[in-house]
Design a protein. Structure first.
Length: 469
């Protein structure tokens, strides 16, 4: 039928993206390695613009040149397998796209491999889950700049549209840039979710508020500067009654959070690049400790934890709100600092204002203040750190006392708030002239002759340290 594009992989995300493309009047060929998923999809979602195929050669023959293949299979070896099944049948300039959650270094490797064969390759970050895939995700395509024009009509048509009507899709950069941006998006998502969870714990355990009250608080927060997808769904979750027993559903869910690895990848990349992403890392570690559910119940029933009395005043809820907003700024600052570092290391030339703009709709971290991030980079494309922008500088300046008070209350009460604490430590670290690194460097020189620099003269020095004790 001379399809505009083929979608390979009829799982939830692949099926939804295929329908999204078809609903935008693109002719779509679909295929799955196992025919049962293809049959199920065609049976449940018959569409005039979709045709199913059951072998790779027929699928390839059905697509108009330059042929475009959108792979939506499990990240890892399955992606390599699909690529290898396509390559023998392709013509020069045909385009393979991987829309799964692939690690960006795998995408760089595949990009080099596929382009060495004379074909084009894109790693496309896709955010928004099932609903986003069907109705409009945020898309982060990375690959050959010149070839982007071939996939641009489809990508920008199916992408979510921000309030100004612009598609939440833009060319990111070469090779693994798209999947890198998606990876860090997920790292920011981890941090955002952990900060919200900590705000919930503070309101519930320290403030002694009910689920109904906290739901209303989050609903009100969603009307202001904290407006975001995650805040809105949190308000809904806290109000949801249990469909299997009395009470609220959230109270019956096991207190152990899963993770698929993209948050960890972000932290590992940050360590490799020498960038502080402590808030994201603390979110990963919070999920790690949540998995020790039985051990936590054991220690919770012991006398190990000792707390201090806490006074709650009429400003407590507002202090938590301000704390959440301030810590959220710090988390996004770390994420965009990581983007800037990667852009320089990999020569991607990331447009950070555009990156922020495509997160405004369709994705999990969509939030009102992403407009402020876009504005910051439009004013200064070479901005080193978001906190140097007047808007964010003044917001942190205005709200940080609330964050300090909130952390003090949480620590006294014994509520774990690793993301809030790391946000404050990050801000304090940036704003402190001496952070103890002089002593650390002296220690390194003492035991390992690693040398040090001085503040009063040029050069590198090593000292013959004396043993005084």
């Amino acid at each position: 039928m001379n399809a505009n594009i083929a979608v390979i992989g009829m799982g939830v995300m692949g099926s939804c993206l295929a329908l999204n493309m078809a609903n935008h009047n693109f002719k779509v060929s679909v295929y799955n390695y196992t025919p049962d998923l293809t049959d199920k999809f065609i049976k449940n979602h018959p569409h005039k613009n979709i045709t199913a195929y059951y072998d790779i050669q027929s699928l390839i023959n059905s697509v108009a040149r330059p042929r475009k293949f959108f792979i939506m299979v499990t990240a890892g070896k399955a992606v390599d397998s699909v690529i290898d099944s396509l390559l023998p049948h392709l013509d020069p300039d045909d385009i393979i796209m991987d829309g799964g959650n692939s690690f960006y270094k795998d995408t760089q490797r595949r990009y080099d491999y596929v382009t060495s064969k004379g074909f084009k390759y894109f790693g496309i970050g896709v955010s928004g889950g099932e609903e986003g895939a069907l109705n409009g995700p945020a898309l982060m395509p990375g690959g050959n700049a010149e070839s982007y024009k071939e996939i641009q009509p489809v990508m920008e048509a199916i992408a979510a549209k921000a309030d100004d009507g612009k598609p939440c899709c833009t060319y990111i950069g070469e090779d693994g840039a798209g999947h890198y941006v998606k990876m860090v998006h997920n790292g920011i998502e981890y941090a955002d979710m952990q900060l919200i969870a900590e705000a919930y714990l503070l309101l519930k355990n320290v403030g002694n508020l009910s689920n109904e009250q906290i739901s209303q608080i989050f609903h009100e927060w969603n009307q202001g500067e904290l407006s975001s997808f995650l805040i809105s769904i949190t308000a809904d979750i806290l109000k949801e009654t249990d469909d299997m027993a009395e009470g609220y559903l959230v109270d019956k869910i096991l207190d152990s959070a899963g993770q698929k690895g993209t948050g960890r990848w972000t932290s590992i990349a940050a360590l490799e690049q020498g960038v502080n992403t402590s808030i994201m890392t603390s979110a990963c570690n919070a999920r790690n400790i949540s998995s020790f559910y039985a051990k936590r119940q054991q220690f919770a029933d012991s006398d190990l934890k000792q707390t201090l009395p806490v006074e709650i005043d009429e400003n407590f809820v507002e202090d938590v709100r301000r704390s959440l907003y301030t810590a959220k700024i710090a988390a996004y600052t770390q994420g965009f600092e990581l983007y800037k570092s990667a852009s320089e290391i990999h020569n991607w030339h990331l447009d950070l204002g555009s990156v922020a703009s495509i997160f405004r709709a369709g994705c999990i971290i969509k939030a009102k203040f992403l407009n402020n991030i876009t504005n910051a980079y439009q004013k200064n494309p070479n901005l080193e750190n978001l906190l140097e922008d007047d808007f964010f500088f003044h917001k942190v300046q205005e709200n940080q006392q609330s964050l300090r008070k909130t952390i003090a209350k949480a620590v006294s009460f014994g509520v774990p708030i690793p993301a809030f604490s790391n946000a404050m430590a990050y801000i304090d670290g940036l704003c402190t002239k001496t952070v103890g690194a002089n002593l650390i460097q002296a220690q390194r020189d003492y035991f390992g002759a690693h040398t040090y620099k001085r503040i009063d003269r040029e050069g590198t020095f090593h000292h013959q340290w004396q043993k005084h004790y």
